[in-house]
Design a protein around this ligand. Structure first.
Ligand code: SAH
Length: 475
């Protein structure tokens, strides 16, 4: 079994530093299933090729019971394709012989570790179960140029047809550790087999070597399933974590985009400062932060000792976890006034009753329009705090954001963004329906034509403090 990696990066012999193997030597390494040899068929400043030759010992495999426990009995154990094809043995060899390169470490050329290099990997014989088509579906989304030549089962007996074996070359310009990670994971996936028992540790390995590419790979399910030898429990565990990673990455990406669009650092700070000051002005002691996200407002509220009880609620457990982690860094005496709740604002929730004020900062635009009336009742009819401070983007202002295409929302999860008149019409109607007064305030620097970037509504219950509210629950 032969794998070669060629680069034309200049000087090409830097490959030796990245692989931690000198180009002028043949080096051999004993492995549990045979021998690995590393040598360089060519090593000039223009072009350098490293070769990893695996000499798998089929007799040793049977004796150490590492071989395929084939149904063909002893013969199948001794006579099989394992010594000649790229398989999970290659992954083990990559991890053991090129371990530093695989994990992206280089003592001598640290700056090259993340540098995209022109690379070509050639695998003399790769079993592609699922055919060339599957081979392409695995590597092309990772931006490899794939060349494959299929071999007949036996050249002297063309009637026997084609074999699953291909000579494969993969070309791409990318950091070496990424190429090695892709091979490490995808070679056994193509082979659809592994020479060892697969357990929980294998999920960790898959996620570790799949970091940064597997979560968004269109074939991630097949990859996980085959890598984990079709074990349903392990596959599901891996996919759950990949999906989470994907969602987190997507969310972080959206947040970065929104941040870039809004220059959020300043706008977000201004918005939160405005909300804190309105909450203080309202005289509230016990406050809710509905759709608290990762807890930025909660942290500010914690610093204000007038607030005796502070409750954050969000539908996203992931956001709540991050909020909890951040709040844990506060001194105990500030933190103990804060409680986090998991819940949705579109379902009536008794835990939200009895508070003085609620902040709903940049949340309503994340709700589907048809669910908005449920939210209105949950907040204004059932929770019914004396004061509600609610902010949302002013859609008119979007023309001022350079990075935002016309007609687009500021965040991919926004279901709508309202103009000032749309927002005011909604807020006035809600106030009228539920017995509140409402006034509107700008947040951020106001433009004479399109208004402020953020709009804020401050609702106060008409039956002000003290008197018990008339709750209409019979609708
Ligand atoms: N208020 C925070 C977060 C705004 S992002 C800030 O200003 O930084 C919108 C938040 O609303 C997200 O954390 C999202 O999880 C939450 N959210 C969306 N739909 C929700 C629902 N139905 N119930 C509760 N929270 C919701």
């Amino acid at each position: 079994m032969l794998l070669t990696i060629t680069t034309t990066h200049c000087p090409a012999t830097d490959l030796g530093y990245l692989l931690h193997k000198r180009p002028d030597r043949l080096q051999s390494f004993p492995l549990s299933f045979g021998q690995a040899h590393v040598f360089y068929p060519e090593a000039s400043p223009e072009r350098c090729t490293a070769a990893l030759l695996l000499d798998v010992d089929p007799v040793g495999l049977v004796r150490s019971r590492r071989g395929p426990a084939g149904e063909g009995g002893l013969l199948d154990q001794y006579v099989n394709d394992r010594p000649y094809v790229a398989s999970s043995f290659l992954s083990v060899a990559i991890a053991q012989v090129f371990g530093s390169a695989l994990s992206g470490r280089s003592k001598d050329r640290p700056e090259l570790v993340e540098t995209p290099l022109p690379l070509a990997a050639r695998l003399s014989v790769l079993p592609c179960r699922g055919g060339e088509d599957f081979l392409r579906r695995l590597f092309e989304p990772l931006a490899y140029e794939v060349t494959a030549r299929r071999h007949p089962l036996d050249e002297t007996f063309p009637d026997w047809g084609e074999s699953p074996y291909h000579s494969v070359s993969l070309r791409a310009t990318r950091p070496l550790h990424e190429l090695l990670s892709h091979l490490y994971v995808l070679v056994p996936v193509l082979d659809n087999d592994k020479h060892y028992w697969v357990g929980d540790a294998e999920v960790e390995k898959l996620l570790r070597h799949g970091e940064g590419w597997l979560a968004t790979h269109p074939e991630r399910e097949q990859i996980a399933r085959r890598y984990l030898k079709h074990q349903t429990r392990l596959t599901r565990a891996a996919l759950d974590r990949l999906l989470e990673e994907d969602a987190d990455e997507a969310e972080a990406q959206h947040d970065r985009e929104e941040e870039a669009i809004e220059q959020r650092v300043s706008l977000n700070e201004q918005r939160l400062a405005a909300v804190v000051s309105m909450l203080k002005e309202s005289g509230a002691r016990r406050v809710l932060d509905l759709g608290c996200g990762e807890g930025k407002l909660l942290r500010l509220l914690a610093q204000e000792l007038v607030f005796e009880e502070i409750v954050g609620l969000d539908v996203s457990t992931r956001s709540l976890e991050i909020a909890r982690e951040r709040l844990n860094r506060l001194p105990e005496r500030l933190r103990e006034r804060i409680k986090l709740l998991h819940g949705s604002l579109t379902y009536r929730d008794h835990r939200l009753s009895g508070y003085d004020a609620a902040a709903v900062v940049e949340v309503i635009e994340h709700l589907d329009l048809p669910r908005l009336s449920a939210f209105e009742r949950v907040l204004f009819e059932f929770a019914r705090p004396r004061t509600v401070i609610l902010t949302t983007p002013n859609a008119e202002y979007n023309v001022k954001f350079e990075g935002l295409a016309a007609g687009k929302f500021r965040h991919k999860d926004h279901r709508f963004e309202w103009t000032r008149s749309e927002f005011q019409a909604w807020a006035n109607a809600v106030a009228g329906r539920f017995g509140y007064r409402v006034r509107f305030l700008p947040v951020g620097t106001e433009d004479v034509v399109v208004g402020p970037p953020t709009q804020m509504a401050v609702f106060s219950r008409s039956d002000h403090a003290g008197s018990s509210p008339e709750v209409t629950t019979n609708r």
